[in-house]
Design a protein around this ligand. Structure first.
Ligand SMILES: Nc1ncnc2c1ncn2[C@@H]1O[C@H](COP(=O)(O)OP(=O)(O)OP(=O)(O)O)[C@@H](O)[C@H]1O
Ligand SMILES: [Mg+2]
Length: 271
């Protein structure tokens, strides 16, 4: 078996005049939990969509599970689980019907589909609601159904784009534990895009930080923290991204307020 679950070679995506991802070169070993971090618009979702064969790169390529995303996109889709950032759900289906449909797309036997659905609904605490239409589900419940869909064929490689968004704290904790279990006990390769730096620090073996489509830094959370002489990943990330200090922001706000006050008084006096 090949050692690398994901290899990208100069992976690039351009939308009009926006370079969303530029010459991305990463190698992820099987069994690794890889976290792609970066600000809004950095290129995380675009990367994941290319790696799942959903959109084609403008140039470069990648191998996912040994399959080429350009020429074997169908095989890539068959071996990967994918939680999209903005999943589309068939609102007029029940959760059970939707998951059965997804299971059938993977050509899973009916008995496997039934047992997997039962198992996943129990994990995600959705038992008893499986026959309700998805249009009546809360945002977090929909997110849970999408996570079930991403896991239904027990994929070797799992892509999760913001897996805990919309989830309540207990459900978010459960998803983090599930990710940890999938990595440690089931030896899955997991690729996560997230803004939750504490979760990334806890779960990821390797972290890549991407900004404006370019990979700025990659390493274990410990390596990244040490490289920035920081206490934790959040501090390291903010140093790398050159975040403005809160004091500067507040000073700006204070100055802004001070300069606004006389103008308001001026207006009142004129009345
Ligand atoms: N279909 C598209 N058409 C045009 N531009 C796009 C498209 N998809 C993404 N982009 C652009 O590519 C860049 C990267 O977007 P992407 O969604 O990959 O960012 P992201 O890192 O996932 O951000 P976020 O943290 O907000 O989810 C952005 O400038 C975005 O506007
Ligand atoms: Mg995104």
């Amino acid at each position: 078996m090949e050692k690398m679950a994901i290899i990208t070679k100069d992976l690039t995506k351009v939308f009009g005049n926006i370079v969303a991802v530029q010459n991305l070169n990463i190698e992820i070993k099987y069994g690794t939990t890889y976290g792609l971090l970066g600000p809004n618009g950095a290129g995380k979702t675009t990367t994941v969509r290319m790696l799942n064969g959903i959109i084609s790169p403008t140039s470069g390529t990648a191998l996912v599970g040994g399959y080429n995303i350009l020429t074997q996109a169908k095989d890539v889709k068959m071996i990967c689980g994918f939680l999209p950032e903005s999943p589309g759900l068939y609102q007029k289906l029940t959760a059970k019907e939707f998951l059965e449909f997804i299971g059938e797309l993977y050509y899973l036997p009916k008995t496997t589909i039934s047992s997997r659905i039962e198992e996943l609904l129990e994990i995600f605490d959705l038992e008893g609601r499986e026959n309700d239409l998805l249009e009546g589900y809360s945002r977090g419940m929909k997110q849970k159904v999408c996570l079930c869909a991403a896991l239904i064929q027990d994929p070797k490689i799992i892509f999760l784009d913001e897996p805990t968004s919309n989830l309540d704290p207990a459900a978010a904790r459960m998803v983090k534990d599930l990710i940890s279990d999938l990595a440690k006990k089931a030896d899955k390769t997991i690729f996560i895009c997230t803004h939750l730096l504490d979760a990334a620090e806890e779960l990821c073996d390797i972290i890549g930080i991407i900004d404006k489509g370019t990979l700025k830094l990659q390493g274990s959370p410990k390596e990244i923290i040490e490289s920035q002489n920081a206490q934790d990943l959040e501090e390291a990330y903010l140093k790398i991204m050159g975040a403005k200090r809160m004091e500067d922001l507040l000073a700006w706000r204070e100055n802004g307020l001070k300069s606004e006050v006389p103008k308001k008084k001026e207006k009142k006096r004129r009345k």
